[in-house]
Design a protein around this ligand. Structure first.
Ligand code: PAF
Length: 278
């Protein structure tokens, strides 16, 4: 696995892949867990060259968020990436990605104003900008992303469509701990007590699916039932929403295409998850 730290070197590598290899790209912010590794493994199976980036992108964190405390575990990340078959790992610095005088931003409208975008001001603008920059440098055929970040995937698909970018996003299933907690780099913030409470996200989605399977289609009833479970576990709800799994349009009543999306604070840690009703 070759480590690349500069934009110039990354561009050189991309240009050298002239024999038109199929390039798979896994963008990450590091603190790699089994979810990230499943993305690298999917890329390894389907592509000739696998590139991973590790970059904690400051522009997607609001000033009150966890940029400074975001876990940074480079040594073990490198080992995990190498074992997963990554060929090139791109580790740019802030100065490389946002040099002095940097002025350009990519913004997807409307679908970035709801759900996580409603409370995380500027978050998606930071994500779409950095992902565009990385795609321009790496020119991947496929980009592998986790479905846990459901809205992020929808926003990036829209951006790719609107800007005529030829990369195809491969959204891969959320990887869960054996007790159902969705894997996330932010799970490391949880105390042992909070780790137990964090199960309420998945439990509440299971309860929603069970209600729907018994014939309940009122989203008020389903939301109330989920809320009860979350509050009983000391969770503080940012949002519980029900959207069309393809378009992200907010649903009026539950049906087979409904995707539950939720964000819940457990202590100070904001966790997100999503799942279908069927
Ligand atoms: O999902 C993430 O880890 C980040 O939002 C991404 C896509 C690497 C952009 O910084």
């Amino acid at each position: 696995m070759r480590i690349i730290k500069s934009v110039a070197e990354m561009r050189k590598v991309t240009n050298s892949l002239t024999w038109k290899s199929k390039v798979g790209f896994v963008p990450t912010m590091g603190a790699l867990h089994k979810g990230h590794i499943s993305l690298a493994e999917a890329a390894r199976k389907e592509c000739k060259i696998v590139v991973m980036s590790i970059y904690v992108n400051p522009s997607q964190f609001a000033p009150n968020e966890d940029l400074d405390s975001y876990p940074r575990t480079l040594r073990s990340d490198l080992e995990l990436a190498e074992n997963a078959g990554v060929d090139y790992i791109f580790l740019p610095t802030d100065a490389e990605m946002y040099p002095e005088g940097y002025k350009t931003w990519v913004n997807v409208e409307e679908i970035t104003d709801i759900l996580c975008g409603a409370t995380r001001s500027g978050h998606f603008r930071g994500v779409t900008t950095i992902v565009t920059k990385l795609m321009n440098l790496i020119k991947p055929d496929f980009m592998y992303m986790g479905e846990k970040d459901f809205q992020q995937v929808a926003v990036l698909k829209k951006m790719i469509e609107d800007l005529n970018i030829s990369t195809v996003i491969k959204a891969c299933p959320t990887v869960r701990e054996s007790d159902g907690l969705a894997m996330s780099s932010r799970n490391t913030y949880l105390s042992p007590e909070e780790r137990k409470q964090a199960l309420c996200l998945n439990l509440s989605m299971k309860q929603a699916a069970a209600l729907y399977q018994r014939g309940e289609t009122s989203l008020t009833v389903i939301r109330n039932s989920m809320t009860e479970i979350i509050l009983a576990n000391q969770g503080r709800i940012d949002y519980i929403e029900f959207v069309d799994r393809d378009t992200l349009a907010v649903k009026e009543s539950a049906d087979d295409k409904t995707r539950i999306v939720l964000a819940v604070f457990i202590g100070k840690t904001r966790l997100i998850d999503n799942g279908d009703l069927v």
